[in-house]
Design a protein around this ligand. Structure first.
Ligand code: 7PJ
Length: 303
């Protein structure tokens, strides 16, 4: 049997200028600066719109802002590096002193380097730092890393159909390999968080829900005693929620997304990546209040 509840709080994440603690799940707000983003319909394309959206997230209690300049929606056209830089870097510069860590969602080493130079605190890579030069781009800084699972190799993943023996164990094995590679490159454990990559080449609804149900079990096992990597869960408005609710449009999946975030928190997620910050912050407060009332509020080593 898998344990549904994790044993201990996630250890803090060193994240550039910040150290994120996880006495409660942290809410990462998605700030798309892409004209083709599937759920925002390109509403936040312009710099001013993006900044307005960021200000609203801050009023709503966001813990981390995740800035993305290339949609990773299946079928979305790749964005040339110059274009991604032009979208992302001015936003990082404008937001660098708002008081919360800035994350940049990119797999391109050039964008990683420029984002870190502009003040980003965390690099969120859906390719798990597998692209040539990606590890090198983040190694020397103090930034946090989010290592996401995606099936296949960057060059071939569109053609290959993922087959999993045991999706939870396969994702854990993959993440263990990536964390090993990062640590061998000299990146300390305290900088690393991991993510099962909901919706990224998981091929069936069952895979996605198995990963959610057993979320704590994806944590890499690199060495005895090194086990509690913070887990990031990003389900917001995705197809796995649309399928079970019958909500065809991403914008209609807010309640489903909040439910998913609560389930992830219950299974040990340290960070939830969401579009709907106000709703999710409220939900996390309620979840934490229930946890604290569960009779073990004075023993924070266990939920
Ligand atoms: C994720 C992400 C995710 C992490 C996207 C979307 C697609 N980064 N970037 N985890 N998804 N770490 O937001 O629907 O699940 S882009």
């Amino acid at each position: 049997m898998f344990a549904i509840l994790p044993r201990a709080l996630p250890e803090p994440l060193q994240c550039g200028r910040f150290t994120l603690t996880f006495d409660r799940p942290r809410v990462m707000g998605i700030l798309n600066v892409t004209p083709d983003s599937f759920s925002d319909g390109g509403r936040f394309v312009s710099r001013d719109d993006a900044l307005r959206q960021a200000e609203q997230m801050l009023r709503d209690g966001v813990d981390i802002i995740d800035i993305g300049g290339e949609s990773t929606r299946p079928g979305a056209p790749p964005v040339p590096v110059e274009e991604e830089l032009a979208r992302v870097i001015p936003i990082v510069e404008a937001l660098r002193d708002v008081g919360v860590p800035l994350s940049v969602d990119t797999y391109k080493p050039e964008v990683m380097r420029a984002a870190l130079a502009a003040g980003a605190d965390l690099i969120n890579d859906v390719w798990g730092f597998r692209r040539e030069g990606a590890i090198e781009a983040v190694r020397a800084s103090a930034c946090g890393l989010c290592v996401m699972h995606m099936h296949g190799e960057p060059q071939t993943m569109q053609q290959s159909v993922p087959e999993y023996q045991d999706v939870v164990a396969d994702v854990r094995t993959f993440l263990t390999g990536r964390v090993d590679a990062l640590m061998q490159a000299g990146i300390v454990k305290a900088r690393i968080s991991v993510d099962p990559g909901f919706g990224f080449g998981k091929s069936t609804l069952e895979h996605n829900y198995a990963l959610l149900a057993h979320l704590a079990d994806i944590a890499p096992r690199v060495a005895p005693g090194i086990e509690s990597f913070p887990i990031l869960a990003g389900m917001s408005r995705k197809g796995m929620l649309g399928k079970v609710t019958g909500r065809a449009t991403p914008a209609a999946r807010v309640a489903a997304s909040v439910a998913g975030a609560v389930c992830a928190a219950q299974r040990g997620a340290a960070i939830v990546r969401v579009h709907d910050v106000a709703e999710t912050v409220d939900a996390m407060k309620v979840w934490a209040a229930v946890r604290d009332a569960s009779g073990r509020a004075t023993d924070r080593s266990t939920y």
